[in-house]
Ligand binder design. Structure first.
Ligand code: C5P
Length: 233
């Protein structure tokens, strides 16, 4: 499995996103497009960035009945996304239906399908009290990751601090996509459990998702190169 740095393009609109991407001349970073940009600009934003030669992780976290997710995934597959995701909480049946839809829509291009286990914004206390899940966060993440593997998906999104648990539960080849990347000399923002790109590399994670340390840097290309140098070697 190839490793890569995915740049989280959390910009408010198309213009801000393109202004950022225009700064890259030699590299074509793998970019993550989230709900805000996708719902604001529509599928054309994906087509446009793809046409510029970038790989795309479309982070929409689908969670609905299997039939609906299957049909929605078919459409995302047709858009030519390279990676997209669902909530593992939607059940193994839903994840299987999602994968089938994505495969059909992308017609053999082998887009990667990744599941979200528990959102990092959910604390163990809230998960237990509000969702009535009586296991620990670690047990829940490992269990959802095993379900994801059983459904045939490629891997999960998780904190770099959980990558070892996921690899332990599902094997080294099961892909992890890990946000929460920071340098000691950088701003934490709203992230609390963070790791440097070099440390993340040691966990065996295949993809790191890096937003503000690159997008808010004075020299975004230099910041991207620094992360790539540390993570990819
Ligand atoms: O700017 P920053 O590096 O914190 O961006 C991280 C990206 O990863 C954001 O797009 C954020 O929504 C996403 N993410 C995250 N934690 C998760 C799942 C996704 O930070 N558990």
């Amino acid at each position: 499995m190839n490793r890569d740095v995915i740049v989280a393009c959390d910009f408010k609109d198309r213009a801000a996103t393109m202004a950022f991407l225009d700064k890259f001349h030699e590299e074509k970073p793998f970019v993550k497009i989230g709900m805000e940009l996708f719902y604001g600009e529509g599928p054309d934003i994906v087509r446009e960035i793809k046409a510029r030669g970038h790989k795309i992780f479309l982070d929409l976290k689908l969670h609905d009945i299997p039939n609906t997710v299957n049909k929605a995934m078919k459409n995302l597959g047709r858009l030519g996304v390279d990676m997209t995701n669902v909530h593992a909480a939607g059940t193994i049946d839903m994840m299987r239906a999602a994968l089938e839809g994505l495969r059909e829509g992308s017609a053999g291009q082998e887009a990667m399908l990744i599941a979200v286990t528990q959102l990092t914004s959910t604390s163990q206390e809230r998960m237990q009290r509000e969702l009535l899940i009586n296991a620990t966060m670690e047990e829940t993440v490992a269990h959802y990751a095993r379900n994801t593997k059983e459904a045939g998906l490629h891997g999960v999104v998780c904190s770099p601090l959980e990558a070892a648990i996921v690899k332990g539960a599902c094997g080294r080849d099961f892909v992890t996509v890990t946000p929460g990347i920071r340098y000691p000399d950088g701003q934490l923002g709203d992230q609390s459990r963070v790791m440097t790109p070099a440390k993340a590399r040691e966990t065996g994670t295949e993809f790191i998702v890096v937003g503000r340390p690159i997008t808010q840097a004075e020299d975004v290309v230099a910041a991207y190169r620094r992360v790539c140098g540390d993570f990819l070697g």
